[in-house]
Design a protein around this ligand. Sequence first.
Ligand code: GDP
Length: 326
Amino acid sequence: MARKIDVPALAKGVLDGSRATLARAITLVESNRPDHRQAAQQLLMELLPHAGGARRVGISGVPGVGKSTFIETLGTRLTGAGHRVAVLAVDPSSTRSKGSILGDKTRMAKLATDENAFVRPSPSAGTLGGVARATRETIVLMEAAGYDVVLVETVGVGQSEVTVAAMVDTFLLLTIARTGDSLQGIKKGILELADVVAVNKADGPHEKDAKAAARELAGALRLMTPTSESWRPPVLACSAQADTGMAEVWEQVEKHRSTLEASGELAGRRADQQVDWMWAMVRDQLMDRLQNDAGVKKALPGLERDVRTGDLTPTLAAQTILDALG
Ligand code: GDP
């Protein structure tokens, strides 16, 4: 028998800033069990009025660029300046390869023990849609718990950065200089999402290359359509390891947010994100219902077979599936 979930107690614990309760609440929103989903929705309804106050920053980059080092250094700086910092990760790949981006327990060791920081150690596994839902809801919980900076980390592969860009105020792309490789191997689509770009590892023998790469990227960005009319994405060089240039990167993140706030775009962006969230939920729940519907389940094997053999057009089969949905 499942134990009944005491939603008011969970809500109170989160609002009181209890780390253990926050961790439990995140586990609840990550769950796909129908009774958990229902409790999670109640919890979110109670906490939503207390959310929305944080700077939400997405941090993306391919494995090895230094994301965890960057978040550790930046997060420690921010808590030192009086902020309360929450970190979470979007890593849908973790279901396939056991080694998720947050699999290594030693990542962000300093920040993980900082009393003004909350690092969610392991991302939820599952489909990107499921992870996206859990991430959005986790942001609400972290804000309700009083964290005023939420850093959402994602690996720069696949669709996950598009998903993260759609739930933050500022999207920071982390990269490194790779000589001989035009645009440092960054996919154009990802560069287009960036509000701020930082070329990391600008230290020691790499410093010159990093600065050259930053100039090259700045040139490339000038040719692209910016994500906002009032903001041109700056490119900076920094070293997460040596803690140089980090204040300047954060300054640009703050400046991006205040520029968007002043122009009214921040409110518009967040409103758009709420509507996106609604549609993502509709898509998720429709897919769930489709996959669990008895009529659909019965019809599917035959339909798939006929589409494969060409006896049925995909359009007609799709219509039949939707008609079968009770
Ligand atoms: P992630 O996979 O993007 O999270 O990258 P990590 O933070 O794990 O860093 C990958 C490697 O790069 C590690 O060996 C780090 O010590 C190193 N690294 C991270 N930041 C810097 C930096 O600013 N300078 C140098 N030289 N090395 C760095």
